[in-house]
Structure formats: structure tokens, C-alpha cells
Design a binder for this molecule. Structure first.
Ligand SMILES: [Zn+2]
Ligand SMILES: [Zn+2]
Length: 84
């Protein structure tokens, strides 16, 4: 009982962090702080923000839905982070 409670709290915390990160991206997009970029793999312009680190909410990578799903299925190392 204690265990499942802790797990639920962990789950909620993890999801709050994700939720807050996505919210921060939306707000930054709306305010012009952040610009959408084409998919870093194929260049499509319909993109999702992907977080490598949810504790850095505005440090995102832009991926189209297909490559975003693929990245999550293949693991984070599938598309190495491009050096800028
Ligand atoms: Zn793509
Ligand atoms: Zn992602």
C-alpha cells in the first residue's frame, strides 16, 4: 500500500515535470521567445517539441510526428544531438 502510493506520487511528479515543460514551450512559442524549427531529421515543418531534459523546458529538439515517435521507440540515442 505504501509502495503503490509512493509509485503514484512518483508518476504524478514525473508527469507534472513533463506537463510544465510542454506548457513552458507553448508559452515561449506564444510570446516569441522560442521559434519552431523544421524536423531535424527530414525537414518537415509540422513538428513537435521533444525534450531531452525535462528539467530544461526550453531546451527542445524539433521533430515531426513520425520521427518523434521513432525517436521514442528507438531510444534517445537514435538521433544524436546535433552540435551547434
Ligand atoms: Zn521528420
Ligand atoms: Zn519526445
Amino acid at each position: 500500500m505504501l509502495k503503490s502510493k509512493t509509485r503514484q506520487a512518483d508518476w504524478r511528479r514525473a508527469n507534472m515535470v513533463k506537463y510544465n515543460a510542454h506548457l513552458a514551450v507553448q508559452q515561449a512559442l506564444n510570446s516569441g521567445t522560442l521559434d519552431k524549427q523544421p524536423c531535424e531529421v527530414c525537414g518537415r515543418t509540422v513538428v513537435d517539441a521533444h525534450h531531452d531534459h525535462y528539467d530544461q523546458p526550453l531546451n527542445v529538439r524539433w521533430l515531426c510526428r513520425r520521427h518523434h515517435v521513432k525517436l521514442h521507440q528507438g531510444g534517445e540515442d537514435m538521433f544524436p544531438i546535433r552540435r551547434r
